[in-house]
Design a protein around this ligand. Sequence first.
Ligand code: CP
Ligand code: NVA
Length: 302
Amino acid sequence: MKRDLISMLDVKDDLEDIIDLGIQLKRKSKSGISIEMLKRKTLGMIFEKSSTRTRVSFEVGMTKLGGHAVFLSKDDIQLGRGETIEDTALVLSRYVDIIMFRAMSNKAMKELAKHATVPVISGLDDKEHPCQVVTDLMTIKEHKGKLKELNFVYLGDGGNNMSHSYLLGCAIAGMNVKIVAPKQYWPDDYYVKEAKKFGTKIEVTDVVEDSTKDADIVATDTWVSMGDESEKEKRIKAFEGYTIDKKLMSHAKSDAIFLHCLPAYYDYEVTKEVAHGKQSVIFDEAENRMWAQIAIMVTLCK
Ligand code: CP
Ligand code: NVA
């Protein structure tokens, strides 16, 4: 049976094993030891949206594993001219060993995963961004030495892919999660309900004041995700007061770290002072996309 990663729930039983594998392979590779565990394997990468990190980290990661990646922009393949997702999945499965898909919708993601006969990894859709959250948890573990019982606070768009995957991923890892967002941008009930099943403290609030108190990790993401561009003005107005600045960071624990999946828009969701400040680990996070995805690909190809 092939195994996919399109929701954080797909790794609920071995999330920490994948994180530890990422940390171990990063160390190994950096000390000059070969990690060619997917020799001559090919990754097909379909993009329906823009990307810097996802594209480069998957491609370079596959090279480090001894394999090869093929970049497929929706505009360049027949999918963009109306070939079905089903046929695209069936055809690509005859050529490649893994498919990575950055999709407009979770529905399209599920459709591709249903018909592909090789593992499908989400490179983000409108509901979740699992590779990023596996990465972020790996980054937290590197900096904090553990995950369990840490307090994770996310401010900003609570209804987007990052917020949903954080809810699930942090809960699976045994962390307490607080989502701070204007009411109209709260997470879908489904993700809150699923996160609560793991037994940690899950809170959703619109109160910014004191929200970062006792936080071990403070995180945010853009207020205007890909696909939300037509609502830009409305969103910027609604999120006023949710900018993570020095003052909000100063209420967190003194050794708290700041996370952002990037790309960042300074002076909206976060000030540059915080994002490039000494508590920020955003560039470790960007680098770790590659190591976490190496561990994900190795695990799914087992
Ligand atoms: N964080 C992230 O997924 O970045 P890209 O959109 O550049 O891939
Ligand atoms: N929430 C953002 C993440 C970008 C990596 C988006 O979907 O655009």
